[in-house]
Every structure is written in structure tokens, then in C-alpha cells.
Design a protein around this ligand. Structure first.
Ligand code: SDX
Length: 438
């Protein structure tokens, strides 16, 4: 394969098929930043081949303006703004507005947006009965998948994806209702009454109210906890074409309604290799127990025959520190200090585990660093969140990313149904022998 010199949209690459001598030229497309892409849409027509890229390691599935990640530099931008600046200067709803609309809101725009979201936080009263179909010990992510998908049975007036107004209402509804769905999932697991959202509360405060409030006594929202929750929501809001976002895009490409697509995203996020890692990290730290056991578990993580992975470590894109992990670690120290938790053995263990791993050739040579999930569980635990709810919090935060990416895809004039091909390695054609003769 040869490439014309230099970058730009009018450059191209030529592929020579050495088995036939045929050549074909494909355009190189450069984006604002990051590697240019080879537009191979005509590859099969020109050369009769498919590409083969399990896990999509080197494959761009779409064009997007929303999030940019530079994995080598450890950079994360949302609509061009570095995550570090968004965490410092914005609240989560400002970031939601940014992801959805492409610009940060001015005070009037923010007030209007916050009012719209606030007035969509209530769930249809009938949805309560959905919860009663689950066992009390159901994993809350199972409940999230079910109830989020069920919204399409209640909000028919925002499922016509060809109508921009309905797309916007569905987007607002998903962002607004996820904390309520999550809060009720937690209350259901406790056997406690559901708490209704309070319109006078901010987004993070309302979420804490629905998680920890109860009708029998006043619930004082700790501003430290609320600020930490808001920051954690920002850190988890969007992350380019990760597995769950790609699931939402692929589901939406068939024209499925946005509520069903978000339910598919929740299901994908639940996996321990993805959003389920935050719950797995805490379980891993508890299993390791103390610093004297670290070497044994590092050995297991390095053993190709042992399925054990160092949870919260490694990333498909980041081959440097995940910038979110750095902020999460700093937030961890702040929250524990501000809550007066001076002795958190799990944090000490995590810091020692990180130190040892980052000095180990196995991790260094593979560029395995802590990711967003490595410290988040310790903060969640300090905030009083139970382990099974960790990935639920991730889903609440990521909903704005999923819905923003879904909306961008639906509004893309080049959008087509996603339909990957395959390398077939099965049986050659053969004839059926009737069972009487088999
Ligand atoms: C998230 O995509 C996103 O953006 C996701 C996310 C988001 O915001 O949406 O950032 C959120 O999902 C973060 C990742 C959370 N998952 C974990 O923490 C689970 C532990 N990590 C691994 O499972 C793994 O690192 C992945 C799944 C995150 C990435 O897997 P890849 O890119 O397919 O990497 P790989 O499996 O090909 O690993 C490359 C090498 C392998 O060794 P060799 O075959 O070269 O000998 O690194 C090893 C792996 O065995 N490796 C690990 C490891 N992660 C990779 N070895 C031990 N422990 C690990 N955690």
C-alpha cells in the first residue's frame, strides 16, 4: 500500500493486489485531529475483498464531532474542551448541554435547559409496577435494562425518530429520568419506598435524594458528596465509540426507538471488561485483602493461562494514563479527607497496587495504566453507594453520551444501517441426509 505524501482530504492510498496485479486507489480523509482514515467503502467493489478487524482495533465506524481521545497523550476532549477544564469550570448539566448541542450554554440557555430536564425527572406512575416484577435481590443493572427499555411503552409521543422535536424530547427524557430509574432500583432492592424527584434540587442532589432520602426523616444533602457526584457524572459522560456507545449506534441504525437503544447500551456497559469494571475493581481489592497479597495477584494477572485480569487497568485506546483516572484519584483523596475518612485500607491497597504494576515490565511494555474504573469504586463506597450500584451510576452518567451520539448518527445524512460482514470459516455446501438415513 502506498500513500501520497502529506495529509489532507484530497490525498489517497493505492492498494496493489499482488495475487492478481489489480490496483485500487482509496481516498484518505483527515479529521480535525487524530489519524486520517482510509475510506474503504469501495474496497469490495474494486478488489473483491472485505477488511478483517475483530474488536475494531483499527476501524473507524463513523464520523463524529462530539469527543476526541488521544490515547498516546492521555487527552480527552468533549466538543474541543479538555475534560480537566470541564470538571473545574462546569457542572454535569452544562456538560450535558455541551454534548447534546455542541456549545456550552450561556446563563439563559442553561436555566432553560435545567428547567426542561427538571420537569422530565418524574416517571409514569405505572412504571412502579415494572419494578415489582423483579426479585428484590435482582442486580440493579438488570432492572435498569428492563425499565429503560420499557420507557418506549410509555412515551410513544417521542419515538418517531424522523421528527427532530421528538428526538429532542426523547433525549431530554432519557437524561432526566435515568437518576429516577436508578434511585428506584436501589430503593426496590432495599424494600424501601420510592422517593420522588424534587424540582428544587439540582441534578446530582436530586439523584442523592432519590438514593438516600426516605419519607420518615429529613435527608441533609452533604454538599461535598453532591459536588463529588456531579464531578463523577462529568467524568463518565461520554467516551467516543466505546463498546456501549457503538451498541447504541448500531441499534439506532435500524431505526429502533431511542429508549430501546439506551437499554441496549446499558446491557453492553454491564460487562466487566467495560463499565462493569468499577464493581469488579472493588471486588478484586477486597479479594486481594492486603498489601502482602499484591505480588500473588500481579503474578496471576501476568499469567496467560490465568483468566484473572487486573481490573481497572488497561484500555483499548489509552496507552498512557486515562486523564479521568488522574482526576478520579485526586477526587478520591479530596472526598475521603472532606468526609473525615482518614483510614481507607482499600485506597491504600489500590495506590500500592498501582505503584507495583506501573513498575512491572509486563504492564509497562503493554502500556497498561489505571483507567477510569480503578478509583471510582473507592469513591462510590465512601459516598455510601453499594457495590452493585457502581455500574448503574456509570449508566446514569453515560446516558447523555449515548443519546448525543445516537442523535448525531440519526442526523447524519450519510447514515446507513450498520451491517458488518465476516470471514466465513464454516462448512462448504453439503446435502442433508434425512434423519431416517442418518
Ligand atoms: C471502560 O472503550 C472505552 O472507552 C471504555 C471506557 C469508557 O469510558 O467507555 O473507557 C470504560 O470500559 C474502561 C475499561 C474497563 N475495563 C477494565 O478495567 C477491565 C480490565 N482491562 C482489560 O480487560 C483490558 O485492558 C480492556 C478490555 C480494557 C482492553 O482490552 P484490549 O484493548 O482488547 O487489550 P488486550 O486484551 O488485547 O490486551 C493487550 C495485552 C494482552 O496481553 P498479551 O496478549 O499481549 O500478552 O495486555 C494484556 C492482555 O492480556 N492486558 C492485561 C490487562 N489488560 C490488558 N493483563 C492484565 N490485566 C489487565 N487489566
Amino acid at each position: 500500500m502506498s500513500q501520497d505524501q502529506g495529509q489532507g482530504t484530497n490525498k489517497n492510498v493505492t492498494i496493489t493486489d499482488n495475487s492478481t496485479g489489480k490496483q485500487a486507489t482509496f481516498p484518505l480523509i483527515a479529521g480535525t485531529d487524530g489519524p486520517p482514515v482510509i475510506d474503504i467503502r469501495k474496497l469490495h467493489a474494486e478488489l473483491g475483498y472485505f477488511t478483517y478487524d475483530p474488536g475494531f482495533i483499527a476501524t473507524g465506524s463513523c464520523e463524529s464531532d462530539i469527543t476526541f481521545i488521544d490515547g498516546d497523550q492521555g487527552i480527552l476532549l468533549h466538543r474541543g474542551y479538555p475534560i480537566e477544564q470541564l470538571v473545574e469550570h462546569c457542572n454535569f448539566l452544562e456538560v450535558c448541554y455541551l454534548l447534546l448541542n455542541g456549545q456550552l450554554p450561556n446563563p439563559e440557555e442553561f436555566q432553560e435547559f435545567e428547567s426542561v430536564i427538571t420537569n422530565h425527572t418524574l416517571l409514569h406512575e405505572q412504571l412502579q409496577y415494572f419494578y415489582r416484577g423483579f426479585r428484590r435481590d435482582a442486580h440493579p443493572m438488570a432492572i435498569m435494562c428492563g425499565v429503560a427499555g420499557a420507557l418506549s411503552a410509555f412515551y410513544h409521543d417521542s419515538t418517531d425518530i424522523s421528527d427532530p422535536q421528538q428526538r429532542l424530547i426523547a433525549s431530554h427524557r432519557m437524561i432526566a429520568k435515568m437518576p429516577t430509574i436508578a434511585g428506584w432500583a436501589y430503593k426496590y432492592s432495599l424494600g424501601q419506598p420510592f422517593m420522588y424527584p424534587k424540582n428544587e434540587l439540582g441534578y446530582a442532589e436530586n439523584f442523592l435524594w432519590m438514593l438516600f432520602g426516605n419519607p420518615c426523616e429529613n435527608y441533609e444533602i452533604n454538599p461535598i458528596v453532591a459536588k463529588a457526584m456531579d464531578r463523577i457524572l462529568i467524568l463518565h459522560a461520554d467516551h467516543e465509540q466505546n463498546a456501549s456507545t457503538s451498541t447504541v449506534r448500531l441499534s439506532g441504525s435500524s431505526g429502533a426507538n431511542p429508549f430501546a437503544c439506551i437499554s441496549a447500551g446499558i446491557a453492553s456497559l454491564w460487562g466487566p471488561a467495560h463499565g462493569g469494571a468499577n464493581e469488579a475493581v472493588l471486588n478484586m481489592l477486597r479479594e486481594i485483602g492486603n498489601k502482602s497479597n499484591i505480588d500473588e495477584y500481579i503474578k496471576k494477572a501476568k499469567d496467560p493461562n490465568d483468566p484473572f485480569r487486573l481490573m481497572g487497568f488497561g484500555h483499548r485506546v489509552y496507552k498512557n494514563f486515562d486523564p479521568r483516572a488522574k482526576i478520579m484519584q485526586q477526587t478520591c483523596h479530596e472526598v475521603l479527607n472532606e468526609l473525615g475518612i482518614t483510614d481507607e485500607p482499600l485506597l491504600e491497597l489500590a495506590i500500592e497496587l498501582e505503584r507495583i504494576a506501573l513498575e512491572d515490565e509486563y504492564f509497562v511494555s503493554r502500556k497498561l495504566y489505571p483507567n477510569v474504573d480503578f478509583y471510582s469504586g473507592i469513591i462510590f463506597q465512601a459516598l455510601g453507594i453499594p457495590t452493585t450500584m457502581f455500574t448503574v451510576l456509570f449508566a446514569v452518567a453515560r446516558t447523555v453520551g449515548w443519546i448525543s451520539q445516537w442523535k448525531e448518527m440519526i442526523e447524519d445524512p450519510n447514515q446507513k444501517i450498520g451491517r458488518p460482514r465476516q470471514l466465513y470459516t464454516g462448512q462448504a455446501p453439503r446435502f442433508v441426509t434425512p434423519i431416517s438415513e442418518r
